[in-house]
Design a protein around this ligand. Structure first.
Ligand code: HEM
Ligand SMILES: *[C@@H]1O[C@H](CO)[C@@H](O)[C@H](O)[C@H]1NC(C)=O
Ligand SMILES: *[C@@H]1O[C@H](CO)[C@@H](O)[C@H](O)[C@H]1NC(C)=O
Length: 352
């Protein structure tokens, strides 16, 4: 591949440059004792030498994408969550099974948008042209999800980078994702097992402030009144989603501001207009209802707590350093068989 030979001299250069940079930043950190170094191998300036334009490239491309289809923003945010919750933020969700089921076929991944998946691969292609093969699909997905929130009106915040892409996927890993009929106790357990607290759970549920649900995901809401549901809202849901609804029919998760990332989701919950059982239940449960109320009245508070919880999600089970690889396509491992031993010169240079 021409990209590998072309990379030799710049990577040797960056090897030397990067080591002195790391040395300087360590001295800086210890003399000022600002914060302890992060121990998971991620950093804010990870692509400072190898792809300084990465954040701008992702941002610009998505401005066009979201302008043409605002639904891609929630599509990408959900893809990010479903990647990170299954085996970690390692882009395993993007791997195609080729003759065997992959993570996308797991029932928990019903409704994933194919266009959102393709967008991540499209960004990888653009990035690879401008920076060689140095940026992982896993990092691109995290950056794209941050943009999805930001460009839809939500909070802006920094994320650390340096994730590697997985060499494997696990079709059962998405089993751990929460179901739409989960109760607050289930959510607190599922998220608590991964060190998320009650505030994180309420804030992360606020991701349902935009995007869509397929009728199959909300049947229980049209046939039960527990947790409570506004009767008019229930009738509307039933009208769109009768028992014989076309499986491709969808409803907006927030029918007041369906494409905006804002705190209206929580106002809807106070009005008993949550789409999923899991949504409405956090407005009733004594452990979570006061947090719901506080987010409904204070969008800034919600944004701060959401950004904080997003960053926690983005650090789940990351592969760094010599783990994993930088894929040549987000849809397959570099060896194609899930066992990739040989790394490019650029990948080696990054390690030091
Ligand atoms: C709290 C537990 C959660 C449950 C039970 C849950 C469940 C679901 C379900 C069933 C759907 C609809 C899928 C469909 O029918 O097409 C959905 C959509 C969505 N979820 Fe969640 N989810 C949860 C948490 C999260 C989190 C933490 C995020 C991101 C941070 C997230 C982001 C989204 C988004 C943006 C959509 C809309 C997707 C689109 O429009 O393509 N969800 N969720
Ligand atoms: C696949 O995921 C399931 C569910 O999390 C887990 O029990 C199993 O150990 C995983 N398999 C591998 C090979 O990691
Ligand atoms: C409805 O809720 C029950 C648990 O209360 C669950 O077992 C069932 O799968 C749910 N149905 C759907 C389609 O979500």
């Amino acid at each position: 591949m021409s990209s590998v030979s072309a990379s030799r001299s710049p990577s040797l250069f960056s090897l030397l440059f990067l080591s002195s940079f790391l040395l300087v930043s360590q001295i800086h950190a210890s003399s000022e004792s600002v914060t302890l170094p992060f121990l998971d191998g991620l950093s804010y300036n990870y692509y400072f030498l190898t792809c300084p334009k990465i954040e701008r490239i992702v941002r610009k491309h998505l401005e066009d994408v979201f302008q043409k289809d605002s639904g891609q923003a929630p599509g990408i945010l959900r893809l990010f969550f479903h990647d990170c919750f299954a085996q970690g933020c390692d882009a395993s969700i993007l791997l195609n099974g080729v003759g065997q089921p992959d993570e996308k076929q797991n029932f928990a991944n019903i409704g994933l948008r194919q266009e959102a998946i393709q967008t991540i691969e499209n960004i990888r292609t653009i990035v690879a042209k401008q920076c060689l093969r140095v940026v992982s699909c896993a990092d691109i997905l995290v950056l794209a999800a941050r943009e999805a929130v930001r460009q839809s009106g939500g909070p802006d915040f920094d994320v650390r980078l340096g994730r590697k892409d997985s060499l494997t996927f696990n079709v059962s890993a998405p089993n751990n994702l929460p179901a739409p009929f989960a109760r607050t106790s289930d959510l607190l357990k599922i998220f608590g097992d991964r060190k998320f607290d009650t505030t994180d759970v309420v804030a992360l549920s606020g991701a349902h402030t935009f995007g869509r649900a397929h009728c199959t995901s909300l049947v229980n809401r049209t046939i039960e009144d527990n947790p409570p549901i506004d009767p008019d809202f229930k009738n509307k849901l039933k009208a769109t989603c009768p028992s014989n609804a076309n499986p491709s029919t969808t409803v907006d998760l927030d029918n007041i501001t369906p494409t905006k990332f804002d705190n209206v989701y929580y106002i809807n919950l106070l009005n008993k207009q949550g789409v999923f059982t899991s949504d409405q239940d956090i407005a009733q449960d004594p452990r979570t209802k006061d947090i719901v109320r506080s987010f409904a009245t204070d969008q800034k508070l919600f944004f701060n707590k959401f950004a904080n919880a997003f960053v926690k999600v983005s650090q789940l089970g990351v592969l760094t350093g010599f783990q994993g690889e930088i894929r040549k396509t987000c849809f397959a491992t570099n060896s194609g068989n899930g066992l990739d031993g040989i790394k490019s010169v650029v990948e080696m240079a990054e390690m030091f």
